[in-house]
Write a protein that binds this ligand. Structure first.
Ligand SMILES: CC(C)(COP(=O)(O)OP(=O)(O)OC[C@H]1O[C@@H](n2cnc3c(N)ncnc32)[C@H](O)[C@@H]1OP(=O)(O)O)[C@@H](O)C(=O)NCCC(=O)NCCS
Length: 147
């Protein structure tokens, strides 16, 4: 269980190693180098924190002047199913609305029903399929939400 209040804040450089480790623990094809390179140096990188422990993160970026894209969302296995992923996504949506973005999109593995449910609960809708999107050949669903 999560002890204490969960807050969402911008990632900072000292978070990098812990977040790269989380990326390795959470994904079949992790990109820890991406995390290490951008942590603390981009606006679109939020972490969830409780009692100084990092619980998860969301990384997002503009894909055009009006659209943004979610690049990664992960919650540490110890803290799942307690609303942390939802909190991070809501934090991201607030940032994007504040910056005047009109929509946000993402790719999700067709097998990743947990993430698909989370996104659907937040109002994301299926927008297509990208065949062989992942390194191992799995397809991705494209999901989008108007802001
Ligand atoms: C997907 C992930 C980010 C969800 O984080 P989380 O903090 O556990 O999510 P939440 O607690 O906010 O869950 C919100 C909703 O998503 C759905 N959901 C989350 N995990 C689920 C699971 N294991 N099985 C089914 N539905 C699930 C549920 O609808 C849930 O609402 P509920 O708990 O009221 O039923 C987390 O499981 C994770 O890091 N997975 C590995 C990395 C990953 O797949 N990232 C997404 C890449 S596109």
């Amino acid at each position: 269980m999560i002890a204490g209040r969960v807050s969402v804040r911008r990632a900072r450089p000292p978070d990098a190693e812990r977040l790269a480790e989380m990326e390795r623990a959470c994904f079949r094809s992790p990109q820890p180098h991406l995390i290490l390179h951008v942590c603390g140096f981009v606006d679109g990188f939020l972490v969830a924190e409780s009692d100084a422990d990092l619980l998860g993160y969301v990384l997002f970026t503009p894909s055009s002047s009006s659209q943004a894209r979610v690049m990664s969302l992960a919650v540490s296995p110890d803290y799942r199913r307690q609303g942390v992923g939802t909190l991070l996504m809501r934090g991201m949506l607030d940032v994007l609305r504040g910056r005047g973005f009109e929509s946000v999109g993402l790719e999700v593995r067709v097998s990743n029903e947990a993430a698909q449910s989370l996104y659907a609960d937040l109002g994301f809708q299926m927008a297509g399929v990208e065949r062989g999107y992942y390194d191992d050949g799995e397809d991705a669903y494209l999901m989008e939400k108007n802001l």
